[in-house]
Design a protein around this ligand. Structure first.
Ligand code: SF4
Ligand code: SF4
Length: 159
């Protein structure tokens, strides 16, 4: 009885192997010039990530190098693990007063868990999650980023 089961299992394994090899052989003989599968990184240019994929936090700037960040620090407070550090400065207004503005938006990608809490906390929609994902670097200091671009400023009317 045991021997019968054993032989049956061995035969099942061999026939399953042959079945797979038959298909592989068919594609090798008939489609050996075609790409049957297309895998990363060969498909990098056409790769579309899932809509909900989150790769990193970014701050969009418009063609005038303006963004919507007021330096309110709501994102920094919402972040559960200290990924964001907002450094502010005081800027003069046309009325001769002083107003708080963003100096540096520090984002430490290596700490980010992509939880999206900062994006949800931002009252002006100044930051969003981007779908970039090729973040490997040899020097981890490169993962600490400044999200506001050089000489950028907050868009007029954003409070
Ligand atoms: S996505 Fe989450 S972890 Fe990353 S910076 Fe925003 S709040 Fe922090
Ligand atoms: S990104 Fe949004 S929440 Fe963060 S400091 Fe700027 S305006 Fe405030």
């Amino acid at each position: 009885m045991f021997l019968k089961e054993y032989i049956k299992d061995v035969w099942g394994a061999i026939s399953s192997l042959l079945k797979g090899m038959k298909l592989t052989g068919y594609y090798f003989m008939h489609h050996n010039k075609e790409a049957i599968t297309e895998q990363y990184p060969d498909n990098r240019k056409t790769l579309k990530m899932a809509d909900r994929f989150r790769g990193e936090v970014v701050m969009p700037h418009d063609e005038n190098n303006e963004h919507a960040c007021t330096g309110c620090t709501a994102c920094e407070l919402a972040c559960p693990n200290g990924t964001i550090k907002i450094i502010t400065k005081m800027e003069p207004t046309p009325e001769g007063k002083k107003k708080k503005a963003i100096d540096t938006f520090v984002y430490r990608l290596e700490l980010c868990t992509m939880c999206n809490l900062c994006v949800e906390a931002c009252p002006t929609g100044a930051i969003k999650m981007d779908q970039t994902f090729e973040h490997s670097v040899f020097d981890r200091r490169l993962l600490t980023k400044k999200l506001n671009k050089p000489d950028s400023k907050v868009r007029e009317g954003v409070e």
